[in-house]
Design a protein around this ligand. Structure first.
Ligand SMILES: Nc1ncnc2c1ncn2[C@@H]1O[C@H](COP(=O)(O)OP(=O)(O)OP(=O)(O)O)[C@@H](O)[C@H]1O
Ligand SMILES: [Mg+2]
Length: 264
């Protein structure tokens, strides 16, 4: 479904700031796979997401979606196939616009151009229905400015908007990291429900190892731009935080004390 073949990405090549952000990335996801991605700061997780979304192009390598080579396809041309939610609750929505207007924009990505703007009665009903499914009472606040919502409410809305186009792939980049534990739990539950409902192929970056173990059917561990450990469905069931940490230590062989703090 999603294939990354021998991806390499170097930033600031030939300068003192040169950084190999991704190398030897080979990853093949089947439809409905839900892969959690962990790794310390700067490991290349967000860069990997940017490759899939088309925000960045690899220097070498290919990206295939449903057997089609999309490596050179621009980000906006992939947008219908890919939903994305970021760490920052401010990033996915337009704060000065209302909930309804934000939803209309997300919805507009699916419709033909002349239907893009404006909110028809039928569409309003659809929005209400979708918002109700979040169980946050947002269906009664359609005219509230999104900037007034709490971080958790905004992330829930972002998640809804990201899936409006019924994408094939969902990219979640630490989307619960900025939330308090109860809101994080709520957004995690919504994530599980939405992924299941639409059978989305999902990549989810998290620094929370327990969350990485609890969610999804596969897991990858990244370090210094490489995937250093990958577990399939069966292996993942047997994984524990201790096993993951010892795997990380075995591969890296050093710096355990600080990396433990970063990873957990
Ligand atoms: N646009 C860019 N220009 C230059 N360097 C970049 C750029 N984007 C990322 N990098 C560098 O590439 C490396 C990988 O960054 P990336 O953001 O993918 O890490 P990450 O695993 O998402 O880390 P974090 O957990 O901190 O979010 C880092 O060293 C980063 O500084
Ligand atoms: Mg990142």
């Amino acid at each position: 479904m999603l294939q990354l073949k021998q991806i390499y990405k170097v930033f600031n090549e030939g300068t003192p700031d040169e950084k190999m952000a991704l190398s030897h990335i080979d990853l093949h996801l089947s439809k409905g796979d839900f892969v959690t991605v962990i790794g310390s700061n700067g490991a290349g997780k967000s860069t990997l997401m940017n490759m899939v979304s088309g925000k960045l192009k690899p220097d070498i390598g290919q990206i295939m979606i449903d057997g089609k080579n999309v490596t050179s396809l621009q980000e906006h041309k992939r947008a219908r196939q890919i939903g994305r939610v970021f760490q920052d609750p401010m990033a996915g929505t337009a704060p000065a616009m209302t909930i309804e207007e934000n939803l209309a924009i997300a919805y507009g990505r699916t419709a033909t151009r002349n239907l893009k703007w404006g909110v028809t009665k039928k569409r309003k009903e659809l929005f209400r229905e979708k918002l109700e499914s979040l169980n946050l009472g947002l269906e009664n606040r359609l005219n509230a400015k999104v900037g007034l919502l709490s971080g958790g409410e905004r992330q829930a809305l972002s998640l809804l908007m990201a899936t409006f186009t019924e994408p094939k792939i969902l990219l979640l980049d630490e989307h619960t990291a900025a939330l308090d534990p109860s809101r994080a739990e709520l957004v995690t539950r919504l994530t599980k429900d939405i992924v299941k409902e639409y059978g989305l192929t999902t990549l989810m970056v998290t620094h929370n190892m327990q969350q990485a173990l609890d969610l999804g059917n596969r897991l990858i561990l990244m370090d210094k731009g490489q995937i250093i450990f990958m577990s399939d469905e069966e292996q993942k069931k047997q994984l524990t935080i201790e096993k993951l940490l010892s795997e990380f230590q075995r591969i890296r062989g050093e710096q355990m004390a600080s990396d433990r703090a970063m990873l957990v």
